[in-house]
Structures are given as structure tokens and as C-alpha cells.
Design a protein around this ligand. Structure first.
Ligand code: SF4
Length: 431
């Protein structure tokens, strides 16, 4: 964890997560301001729009616009949900936010509830990170005790109840409608959309779902104004962003930097390439984002537009760095197995296709590849993409297409020579 930026600024490991330290860092001043000045909800949403904050969970959808979809005048319950179910390979930022600065999420969600007229919210926390769930529960208890959460917050007529919901560790529960199903106590499987959660969400009521880091950014936007937040980054890419840097770097970890920071600088912050080796490839936005050759990545800045122009996605900001000792076939085999394993099985193209992709890549890696296997991989991915209920089908297909596109010669070498281009003795463990 790098203690810089906004969300991680002033955070010192496990010692400073509590309410007292958060308040000392200026915490809950945004909520106090909203309530004491009776800032109209429309003004808050306008600031969010001006900030150009885009959803930090992967989709990058403008947060202010999403909030404006919530029908405030809807009679009856409206819900707020925080998606802390990060489970994609390479992504480990939300757990650090909840571990080291949980109150910023509570404050952000409370402001969101005020702006959208929600009286109840849930933070859905990935099932494999139990200590983070306990930490968030402890922070909730502190906030309730201090009158910052619950009935008549800070003596006002605004009330908001927030609960932690511990998931079960299934990757698919990070899909927003599967997450809602899971909170409702059902099997966590995605719903067909439309209707979208803004009109038919939790228990069939209007619901807004945002990522942990998105909510954590909200107090800063209220305090510095939408324009101030925007100016930290670049147009259409406001603010700072946490990047989970993993793979063949000297100091893997979370780094919070301004949007638009050159990739080369981020790599430098992570200690550069392990063993001084050459950069071969980077997955810039979590394992479902297309892989890019290292040379392409070195010309990119870390923002939605630059990465998208280069042919990939910023996604959740999980940057997986691979050096020259990486076998790209083996790397893809591992990723393909993940999606095969995590498919919920509802739709045929994803259920059957992910298994097909894994088996073909597995046989190439193990010296049993066939001449037409690369065409087969492209054909299977083409038949999955856009034909499934949720985005997992696309997420499983994009790595396959990009690995074959950029590193096809390695796959051909495997097929023709029944062995890896990179001798096993020089491959890093875990590459
Ligand atoms: Fe389930 Fe895959 Fe269909 Fe998504 S795309 S609903 S994970 S089978």
C-alpha cells in the first residue's frame, strides 16, 4: 500500500483505520457540510458530474449520471449497494480501502444515500477476506455510536442504515445483479437486463450500486468541489485512482496516483522490473482486459481514454506486469481456467464456451495443440461475445483474443514444436 493520493493519504497501516484518526484526517467533514448546509441533492449530483468520477469497479460509467437515474420521488424503499466483491485476478485495492480507511466508504455511502433518498444500504464484501468484513463491521459500530449513521444523522431528519454483507467468494457475485440476488439470499446468478437495478434492483426496488473506491472518492469531491477533483486528473478522467500492481515488479502493491499518470511512472513506483528484466506484456485493467505488449503500454497513460485507445481497458485498475520470462500460453491457460471455473452456468455460450477455451489452451500448453487451434479459439470467442446474460462471457473471451492477436507466434511455436519458446528453467515461478 502506498500512503499517498486522496483515499490513502495519511493512512498508516493498521493503526489509523478508526474513527478518531479518520476525523483527524478531515473525515466526516463532507457529511457534516452536506447536512449542516442542507445541500440540495441535485447540487451533490451536479458536483459528481462535474468531477468526472467514473465507476472504479471496472465499467468506468460516470457516477453522477448513474446517481441521476435513481427515481428520488419513487414511493417506498430505495436501496444503495456497495460492490466490495472484488475477485478478479490481479485486483486487490478495495480490500485495502476497507482495511485501512473504512470510514471513507461509510461517509461516501451516507452522502450518496442523502443525494438519492435511500434509507438503507449494504456493503457486499468478498467472502474470502473475512478480516476486512470484521474491520468494516467495527467501523460501522463506531459511526453509529457517534451519530454519523442510523436514525437522525448528526441531529438532522436524515436517516440511513448501512449493513455489511459477507459474500461467499464467488467471482460472479461481483456482477451487480448477481450481487443483489445474493443479498436477497438466493443463488448469486446474474439477472437478465433490462430491467436495470435503477428501476428494479434489490427486492424489486430502485437500487444504485457503486464500487468501494467510487464511494470512497465521494467525500473528497464534496470537500474540494467537482472541478477540483476533475483537475487532479485529466478531462473525462477525474481524480486519483488506485492501481493494484502485481506480477514481475520489485514492489507489488496498491498505488494511488492521478489519472493520466504515465504507465512508466507507475512501474517506477512499483520498483521497476524484477531482476532488471525486459517488460514483455501488461494486462492494464484486471484479467478480463485485453493484454498489451510492453512497448505499447510504455506509451500509455493510466486513464480510461489512453488505455482504451491502445486497445484495452482500464477496468478495475489491476495492472498485471509480465517480463520476458513469461510463457504467454501458460499465462492464458491459467486465466482461461479461472473463467471456466467461475462461470455460473446459466447460459450455454459461456458455460460450454469457457470450458472449450480452457481445454484448447490447455492442450496447446501441453504439446497437444492442433494446427487449426488458433482459428478455433477465435471462432469460440466470437460465438461467446455478446451472446450471454452478463459480461463474464466477454471477460473470458477478450484475454484469449488479445493473447492470440499479440503473441500468436508463441502459440504457433507451442503447436509446431510441442514445447515452450521460453525454456521452463528460465520461467519465473508464477509466470
Ligand atoms: Fe452465468 Fe456466464 Fe451467463 Fe454470466 S455469461 S450469466 S456467468 S453463464
Amino acid at each position: 500500500m502506498s500512503a499517498s493520493g486522496l483515499i490513502l493519504a495519511g493512512v498508516d497501516g493498521d493503526r489509523t483505520w478508526g474513527l478518531q484518526d479518520y476525523v483527524a484526517r478531515g473525515g466526516y467533514s463532507a457529511l457534516r457540510k452536506v447536512i449542516s448546509e442542507k445541500i440540495p441533492p441535485e447540487t451533490i449530483i451536479a458536483e459528481l458530474k462535474a468531477s468526472s468520477l467514473r465507476g472504479r469497479g471496472g465499467a468506468g460509467f460516470p457516477t453522477g449520471l448513474k446517481w441521476s437515474f435513481m427515481p428520488r420521488s419513487f414511493p417506498g424503499a430505495k436501496y444503495l449497494a456497495c460492490n466490495s466483491d472484488e475477485g478478479e485476478p490481479g485486483t486487490f485495492k478495495d480490500r485495502d480501502i476497507l482495511r485501512y480507511n473504512p470510514h471513507t466508504v461509510i461517509e461516501g455511502m451516507t452522502i450518496a444515500a442523502y443525494a438519492m433518498g435511500c434509507e438503507r444500504g449494504y456493503n457486499y464484501i468478498h467472502g474470502e477476506i473475512f478480516e476486512v468484513y470484521e474491520r468494516f463491521e467495527a467501523a460501522l459500530a463506531e459511526a453509529r455510536e457517534a451519530g454519523l449513521l442510523g436514525q437522525n444523522i448528526l441531529g438532522s431528519d436524515f436517516s440511513f442504515e448501512l449493513f455489511a454483507h459477507h459474500g461467499y467468494g464467488a467471482y460472479i457475485c461481483g456482477e451487480e445483479t448477481a450481487l443483489l440476488e445474493s443479498i436477497e439470499g438466493k443463488k448469486g446468478q446474474p439477472r437478465f437486463k433490462p430491467p436495470f437495478p435503477a428501476s428494479y434492483g434489490l427486492y424489486g426496488k430502485p437500487t444504485t450500486i457503486n464500487n468501494t473506491e467510487t464511494f470512497a472518492s465521494v467525500p473528497f469531491i464534496i470537500n474540494m468541489g467537482g472541478e477540483g477533483f476533475l483537475n487532479l486528473g485529466k478531462p473525462n478522467n477525474g481524480g486519483t485512482k488506485l492501481f493494484s500492481v502485481s506480477g514481475h515488479v520489485n514492489r507489488p502493491g496498491n498505488y494511488e496516483v492521478a489519472m493520466g499518470t504515465p504507465f512508466s511512472e507507475l512501474l517506477e513506483m512499483a520498483g521497476g522490473m524484477r531482476g532488471g528484466r525486459k517488460l514483455k506484456a501488461v494486462i492494464p485493467g484486471g484479467s478480463s482486459a485485453p493484454v498489451l505488449p510492453g512497448s505499447v503500454m510504455m506509451d500509455c497513460t493510466m486513464d480510461y481514454d489512453s488505455i482504451s485507445k491502445a486497445g484495452s481497458m482500464l477496468g478495475s485498475g489491476a495492472v498485471i506486469v509480465m517480463d520476458e520470462t513469461t510463457c504467454m500460453v501458460k499465462a492464458l491457460e491459467r486465466l482461461s481456467y479461472f473463467y471456466f471455473e467461475e462461470s455460473c452456468g446459466q447460459c450455454t455460450p459461456c458455460r460450454e464456451g469457457t470450458g472449450w477455451l480452457y481445454r484448447v489452451v490447455h492442450r496447446i500448453e501441453n504439446g497437444l495443440g492442433r494446427k487449426d487451434d488458433l482459428d478455433l479459439l477465435n471462432s469460440v470467442t466470437g460465438n461467446i461475445m455478446g451472446r450471454t446474460i452478463c459480461a463474464l462471457g466477454d471477460a473470458a473471451s477478450m484475454p484469449v483474443q488479445s493473447f492470440v492477436k499479440h503473441f500468436g507466434s508463441e502459440f504457433e511455436y507451442h503447436i509446431e514444436n510441442k514445447k515452450c519458446l521460453v525454456p521452463p528453467e528460465v520461467q519465473y515461478e508464477g509466470s
